[in-house]
Write a protein that binds this ligand. Structure first.
Ligand code: BTN
Length: 259
């Protein structure tokens, strides 16, 4: 069965992904989803592609999606505007849920990278379209490296991996995509809740460990205490002060104490 038909058969009717666009090849699923959203596509519209020619990562980086190796999906959402940082957490949490269903133990490198055994397996790119302070729509883009061919061999600023390396078996992209989309729908309904924040925090990588967060020209180093109410990372600095890091573009790294 072809991927689009298979996905349609797996995704429950009436939920996220009911409005489904599956492509062999696109420039970027986020770009396609944004133009569908501008044309009035409903919340839950899902765009999936086997191959992205010009996939985009955070901070203007490229995101490779070679055919047959990865999951590249984008979802149209229209959330309330109180929780922008939680939007990216939503993507990471949904991927983590999907990987857990595959028997794996994912961790989230704040705010939204998903790790398996310390290496990045998935990334999230949330792109909002604003009219002043009114949100027109949000496109939540998710890329998951499933097979070895998805892992770039150069140009990475953090070690990468793929799902199959950790599962030790073939993993169905349709099944994993379905699990992620179903989790996106379930978690989206809880977006503003304490429960959502707790689920995100429970999966955080480096909890209690020394980390470094780069925020433009400012860099904080401290122990990761957890998340604040907006989804900001809370650090305990060496001088006893506590700081909150709230920018989505910030990058968090472990600070290794040993050699
Ligand atoms: C990152 O970690 O830098 C974010 C990567 C996000 C990649 C996904 S793949 C599907 C969607 N379409 C894109 O062009 N980017 C996102």
């Amino acid at each position: 069965m072809e991927m689009g038909e298979e996905l349609r058969a797996w995704l429950p009717a009436g939920g996220f992904g009911e409005e489904l666009y599956v492509f062999d090849e696109v420039d970027s699923t986020n770009t396609t989803a944004a133009s569908l959203a501008q044309d009035g596509a409903p919340e839950g519209t899902l765009v999936v592609a086997d191959h992205q020619r010009r996939g985009r990562g955070r901070s203007g980086s490229r995101w490779e999606t070679p055919a047959g190796t990865a999951i590249a999906l984008s979802l149209v959402l229209r959330p309330s505007v109180e929780h922008p940082l939680r939007w990216t957490g939503l993507g990471a949490l949904a991927v983590a849920d999907g990987l857990q269903q595959e028997g794996l133990t994912p961790r989230i490198k704040w705010p939204n990278d998903v790790l398996l055994e310390g290496r990045k397996v998935a990334g999230v790119l949330a792109e909002a379209d604003w009219d002043g302070d009114r949100l027109r729509h949000l496109v939540l883009g998710i890329g998951v490296n499933v097979r070895r061919g998805a892992v770039p061999d150069q140009g990475l600023d953090f070690a990468a991996t793929c799902v199959e390396e950790h599962a030790g078996r073939v993993v169905s992209r349709v099944r994993l995509t379905t699990a992620i989309v179903q989790s996106l729908e379930r978690r989206f309904a809880q977006l503003g809740s304490a429960r959502f924040l707790q689920a995100w925090e429970d999966r955080l990588a480096y909890m209690g460990e020394p980390v470094r967060v780069e925020m433009g020209r400012v860099t904080w180093e401290g122990r990761l205490l957890g998340l604040g109410p907006k989804g900001e990372a809370r650090l305990l600095l060496a001088d006893g002060r506590e700081v909150s890091c709230s920018g989505e573009a910030h990058s968090l790294r472990p600070v290794h104490s040993g050699p």
